[in-house]
Design a protein around this ligand. Structure first.
Ligand code: HPA
Ligand code: ZN
Length: 336
C-alpha cells in the first residue's frame, strides 16, 4: 500500500532497542554450540530454535520475558559474538529504513557472568563502525542499569574505570534503567542519575510499562530524565500528560512489546491518539525485536493498521524522533 511505502521511506530513528533483545533463536543456538554454553535441559523451549520461537508467542508478563532474555544472552562470550549480534540488528534496521539508532545494552548481565566490559564494547564498536561505513547509519550506545539489582551494585558498575572511560571517550552517550519495573521505583537510582548528570551524560529510564504513571513522574522528578522508555501509563494521568507535553520529554513507545508482554490487549489499545492530541512527543520502536515478532517497520505498520494516521502525522512523528535524538546537531540536520 502507498502508506506502507511512505513508512518504509521515512527517515526513521530508533531509540528503544536492547541489543541483547535482537538475539534471534537461530543466532542463539549457533553461538551456544560454538561457545559450549549449557542451555536449560529442564525447559523444552530450549529444544530447538523453532520451539524457542513458539515459546516467545506466549509471554505472560515482563518478568516471564526477562527469564528467557537473561538465559538467551548467556551465549554471548567473545567480542565477535557481540559484534555479530549488533551487526545483525544494524542490517535489519537499515533494511527497515532506520537512519539513526540509539541502542541499549545491559553490561551487568554480562560482567556478572565473567564477560569483561571491554569485550562487550569492542564487539559493539566494531559493528557500529561497519554500520557507519557500509550502511551510512549513525548509532549511539546507551548503557542500561538493571533495576532489580541493588543500587550500590549499579553505582559500582557505573564507577568502574573501563565504564567511565567509555563515557569520557564518547563511545557511550547516556544511561538507561531497565529490567523488572514493579517494586523497583525510579527514585532508588537517584544518586546514579545525579552523578551521570554531573558528567554530562544523557539520561533516560524505563517507566510506566508495567508500573504506574506515578513512576513516570518519579523518573522525571528524581532522575532528571529527558526521555521516558515506554511510558504508556502516562495516558492514565491527564495532568501529568500535559506536563510531559510542555516539557518536550519524548516517550519511546514499543507497540509489539506492549502486546506481547500483556501491558495492552492490542496495538489499538496503545494510546497513540491520546498522545497526539495532548502534544506528547513519542517515537515508535521495536524494544526486543527477536523476542516480540517484529522490527521497527512492522511496529510502524501495526500502528498504522490500528490507528490510521495521516501522512503529515507520520512525518511529524519522524521529525520529532530526529529532534529527540542524542546525536550532534550536524547529524540531525542530515537526518531531516
Ligand atoms: N522492559 C524492561 N526491561 C527490559 C525490556 C523492557 O521492555 N527489554 C529488555 N529489558
Ligand atoms: Zn525496553
Amino acid at each position: 500500500s502507498p502508506i506502507h511505502a511512505l513508512l518504509l521511506a521515512l527517515p526513521k530513528c530508533e531509540h528503544h532497542i536492547h541489543l541483547e533483545g535482537a538475539l534471534t533463536p537461530s543466532l542463539l543456538f549457533e553461538l551456544a554450540a560454538r561457545n559450549n554454553t549449557t542451555l536449560p535441559v529442564d525447559d523444552l523451549a530450549f529444544t530447538s530454535p523453532e520451539s524457542l520461537r513458539s515459546r516467545y508467542e506466549h509471554f505472560t508478563s515482563l518478568d516471564d520475558f526477562l527469564h528467557y532474555y537473561y538465559i538467551g544472552m548467556s551465549v554471548l562470550i567473545l567480542p565477535s559474538d557481540f559484534e555479530a549480534l549488533a551487526w545483525s540488528y544494524f542490517q535489519r534496521a537499515a533494511a527497515n529504513g532506520v537512519h539513526h539508532a540509539e541502542v541499549f545494552f545491559d553490561p551487568q548481565a554480562h560482567t556478572s557472568r565473567g564477560v569483561a566490559y571491554s569485550t562487550i564494547l569492542s564487539g559493539f564498536n566494531a559493528a557500529r563502525h561497519r554500520a557507519h561505513e557500509e550502511l551510512r547509519m549513525s548509532t549511539e550506545l546507551i548503557c542500561c542499569f538493571l533495576r532489580h539489582l541493588p543500587p550500590p551494585d549499579c553505582l559500582a558498575t557505573f564507577n568502574q574505570a573501563e565504564v567511565q572511560e567509555s563515557f569520557e571517550n564518547g563511545a557511550v552517550t547516556g544511561i538507561g534503567l531497565d529490567s523488572s519495573e514493579l517494586d523497583f521505583p525510579p527514585q532508588l537510582f537517584g544518586e546514579l542519575y545525579r552523578k551521570a548528570g554531573e558528567q554530562g551524560l544523557r539520561r533516560t529510564a524505563h517507566a510506566g510499562e508495567e508500573g504506574p504513571a506515578a513512576y513516570i513522574a518519579n523518573a522525571i522528578d528524581t532522575l532528571g530524565v529527558e526521555r521516558i522508555d515506554h511510558g504508556i501509563k502516562l495516558a492514565e494521568d491527564a495532568e501529568l500528560m500535559q506536563r510531559v507535553a510542555e516539557s518536550g520529554i519524548m516517550l519511546t513507545i514499543c507497540p509489539f512489546s506492549n502486546v506481547l508482554l500483556r501491558c495492552v490487549k492490542s496495538v489499538a489499545e496503545v494510546p497513540i491518539r491520546k498522545f497526539l492530541n495532548a502534544g506528547v512527543r513519542f517515537s515508535i520502536n521495536s524494544d526486543d525485536p527477536a523476542y516480540f515478532g517484529g522490527y521497527v517497520l512492522e511496529n510502524y505498520c501495526a500502528v498504522q493498521e490500528a490507528h490510521n494516521l495521516g501522512e503529515e502525522e507520520w512525518e511529524n512523528i519522524c521529525q520529532a524522533g530526529i529532534e529527540g535524538s542524542w546525536c550532534t546537531q550536524e547529524r540531525k540536520e542530515e537526518l531531516l
